[in-house]
Structure formats: C-alpha cells, structure tokens
Design a protein around this ligand. Structure first.
Ligand SMILES: NC(=O)c1ccc[n+]([C@@H]2O[C@H](COP(=O)([O-])OP(=O)(O)OC[C@H]3O[C@@H](n4cnc5c(N)ncnc54)[C@H](OP(=O)(O)O)[C@@H]3O)[C@@H](O)[C@H]2O)c1
Length: 270
C-alpha cells in the first residue's frame, strides 16, 4: 500500500495516476488518499512507521513538516526545504525526497521545449512548499535569478534566505522593465490569476517569448493560462508537472518503471 497525504486531499489526481500504473504493471498494490489535518500529521506518520505503507506522496500543507520527520533527506528535498515523497524502509527509517522540481522541469521540457532555464530571471508567485521545490530545481538548472512574490512577504523573505542570494523577494509590485526580463512566470499558489493580479503584477508587460506556467491543474486551463495563450505566449500546465513528479515517485515507491500509458489522456478523463 502507498498513498498521498494532504489536507484537503479529495482534489488530488495522484491516486488515479498511480493506480493506473499499478494496474498496468501488474503490481499487487493500491494507492490511496489520506486526509490528515496539520495537527495530526506527525502522529499519522509515527503510526505508519513499520506498518503496511511503502511510502507517501505529500501535498499541502505538510511538505515542510514531512521533511522534519524524515531520518534521511535527499539533496533535492534538503535544497527545497520541503518533501513531496516519504519512503518507509524495512528498518523503520523514513527517507524524504522532493520530485516536484523534477516534475516542473519535465513539464517545461514537454510543453515549452524552447525555454532555457539559464537564459534569464524567473518569477514565482507563492512561497510555499511547491515554490521552494520549483525555485531550487530552477537554480540547479542554471536560472540566474528567481524573484518571489507572495501574499505574506515574510514567507518570501524566508524562502530567499534559505535558498541564497540568487533568490530575491519582491516587496513591491515590479516595474515593467523587471517584468519584461522574465523568461517565465510560475504560479505556485492555489489562487491562480487572482494571486498574480492581486499582488500587482501586470503580465501584459511580459516579453513575447516568456513562458507562463500554472501549477494548478483543476481546472487544467486556468484563467492565467487562458490569458497568456490569448496573447500568444507559450503555456505549461499543472497536469504535466503532476505527471512529471509522479513518475519518479512511482519508481521510488514500487521499485519499477511506470508502464508507458497515455497517462495524460487518462487523467483528463478522470
Ligand atoms: N501540479 C503539480 O504537480 C503541483 C505540485 C505541487 C503543488 N501544486 C499546487 O501548487 C499550489 C501551492 O502548493 P504548495 O504545496 O506550495 O502549498 P502551500 O505550501 O500551502 O503554499 C501555498 C502558497 O499559496 C499562497 N496562497 C494561498 N492562497 C492564496 C491567495 N488566495 N492569494 C494569494 N496567495 C495565496 C500562500 O501564500 P501565504 O504564504 O501568504 O499564505 C503560499 O505562498 C497548490 O495549488 C498545489 O495544488 C501543484
């Protein structure tokens, strides 16, 4: 048994993706959603140690807490300061990894193949676990500067302090010349377009080759992506990122390659 833990969790498409691969691979397992409130998360993980769970994907709001509970931490999870994958080992130890960053880069490679991470600065809206994973993966891929805009400015500052001088919190809405320089804009909040516009970003100043990415995948074509596409910008959706992080998660949980299925079409039909 494996699963995904979050609060709430009913929106998650991870069970559909992972169970489709489990079935196609002929693995005798099941992947289930666990709805666990923040105050119960540590007790839930403690109770699962040494039990039937192979491991868990972790989603909001538990990614930072998950990191703190692990005995072993991958370089990716340490760099991100957040874990989206916990693996339970037979010796009772728990290891933490972060595959969100890999998922993000895979999604850009699939849907914005001309995007070069090292070509220029990137804006990330949000400063939670997903923003951390994205920022550290982009830094590792050579992005020279990442600017962070968040509703709670202190959280953006904390993220910048963890990830180093190439990450800059924006304390005021950016001027148009700053916006024009961005190679990509990534929404890493559940709020979509509202988050960007309420934070004062005027995306109409983006350059014609900027890529707009939204981590939200329900709806798939968010207002942010629709607006960008209407202006002729290349867009990357959250479902491609979800699939991109799910593949390495499947390998880690079940010790097998995810079978080659049209998992995207399947998820869209879910
Ligand atoms: N597609 C994928 O594979 C994938 C992977 C990971 C995450 N995601 C999605 O990415 C989003 C963020 O996930 P997370 O794990 O980073 O969550 P999180 O740790 O809870 O962080 C949430 C972030 O969103 C901001 N936020 C929340 N509501 C907002 C609003 N109404 N207006 C402006 N900002 C708001 C928060 O700002 P404050 O700090 O001010 O509260 C914070 O920066 C979620 O929608 C999640 O489903 C998708």
């Amino acid at each position: 048994m494996a699963g995904v833990v979050g609060w709430p969790i009913s929106h998650s498409l991870s069970p559909q993706l992972q169970n489709a691969w489990i079935l196609a691979a002929g693995i005798d397992a099941v992947y289930v959603p666990f709805s666990v409130p923040p105050g119960r998360f540590a007790a839930f993980i403690a109770g699962m140690r040494g039990g039937p769970l192979l491991g868990l994907n972790v989603t909001a709001p538990h990614k930072q807490a998950a990191l703190g509970l692990a005995d072993r931490v991958s370089p990716q999870a340490r760099a991100a300061g957040a874990a989206n994958l916990l693996v339970f080992h037979e010796d009772g130890l728990l290891s933490a990894d972060n595959t969100d960053g890999e998922g993000l880069l895979k999604a850009f490679a699939a849907q914005a193949p001309k995007f070069v991470p090292s070509a220029g600065p990137v804006l990330i809206v949000g400063a939670g676990g997903a923003a951390r994973g994205a920022a550290s993966a982009l830094l590792a891929a050579g992005t020279p500067k990442i600017q962070i805009l968040n509703r709670n400015p202190q959280r953006a500052l904390n993220l910048a302090q963890t990830l180093g001088p190439q990450v800059e919190p924006l304390s005021a809405p950016p001027k148009n010349d700053v916006v024009r320089a961005w190679g990509a804009v990534i929404n890493a909040t559940p709020a979509g377009l509202d988050a960007a516009s309420s934070l004062g970003v005027d995306l109409s100043a983006l350059s014609a080759d900027a890529v707009v990415m939204d981590m939200v995948y329900r709806p798939l074509r968010t207002p942010l992506l629709e607006g960008a596409a209407r202006r002729g910008l290349v867009t990357v959706d959250g479902l491609e990122m979800l699939i991109g992080q799910a593949r390495p998660s499947f390998r880690a949980l079940f010790g097998a390659e995810p079978p080659s299925l049209d998992i995207r079409a399947m998820a869209l039909g879910a």
